[in-house]
Design a protein around this ligand. Structure first.
Ligand SMILES: [Zn+2]
Length: 250
């Protein structure tokens, strides 16, 4: 049996029995681990609050036979500000579920943890448009987990796409205007200038700056649609939390 201390963000919590809880944790190094918290609800107070959804905490764990069990927990930061509205809460549940799907125990992806922490902070502080936080998170998460979209080169002729880009969220590739005209472009979206600029910003800037942009009107709507479709196609599944989020906007 091994003792270890990790910082981690709680992505999911499931209470069971009289006083136990099971949590999925995204560690500082970007691995996702499952932790059994025995008796934590009976212990109450600080221990219990540190292993709630959207809490960033220092966890002392036992590790044996590929299983993690909680020994002690200390809250560092809680992002409960995201629960200020049902819409932002549902959206952040989806970001957590998407992150859980794109990470696993054996792979360390520290950029993913930083990205999610910045996203939750942007939503909790209510200084950013949640629709844009969602879109930027979806796209950058995919880029950080091995799915970087091709926006600058035409997949048909190999030339540069320039300012007029036709992008396929399903395939993650682009066509130049000439090829889109010549070959047709079913499933491709002609990117508005604002959308293209936002996509470049999200993909290229340092992680602390990913959510620091504004966009309105039809570019905002187009960015939201493209990033969601791109993420769902890479994840190869839908998410209950996302369906619930959309049900809040009839
Ligand atoms: Zn081309």
């Amino acid at each position: 049996m091994e003792h270890l201390t990790v910082k981690g963000l709680v992505l999911r919590e499931t209470d069971f029995g009289d006083s136990d809880r099971y949590i999925s944790v995204l560690t500082e190094s970007g691995a996702r681990i499952e932790v059994l918290c025995r008796g934590v609800r009976r212990r109450g107070g600080r221990q219990s609050n540190a292993v709630r959804l959207f809490c960033w905490s220092e966890l002392t764990l036992y590790h044996a036979r590929n299983k993690y069990t909680l020994n002690a927990a200390e809250l560092i930061t809680s992002f409960w500000g995201v629960t200020a509205s049902m819409e932002t809460y549902a959206m952040c549940c989806y970001l957590a579920e998407l992150t859980a799907h794109m990470t696993d125990t054996d792979e360390e992806q520290p950029a993913v943890t930083r990205l999610l922490l910045y996203a939750l902070r942007a939503v909790a502080e209510q200084k950013r448009d949640p629709v844009l936080v969602k879109a930027a998170f979806e796209l950058r998460l995919m880029a950080e987990t091995g799915f970087y979209p091709a926006l600058t080169g035409c997949a048909a002729c190999g030339g540069p796409t320039g300012e007029d880009v036709w992008f396929s969220p399903r395939d993650g590739v682009s066509r130049c205007t000439a090829c889109a005209g010549r070959l047709g472009a079913p499933g491709y979206v002609r990117l508005l200038p604002g959308t293209l600029a936002a996509l470049a910003h999200i993909l290229q800037c340092e992680i602390p700056r990913v959510f620091a942009f504004a966009l309105g009107g039809s570019s905002r709507d187009q960015l939201a649609r493209i990033c969601e479709e791109y993420a769902l196609c890479r994840a190869e599944r839908g998410f209950d939390s996302l369906n619930f989020y959309h049900s809040l906007f009839p």
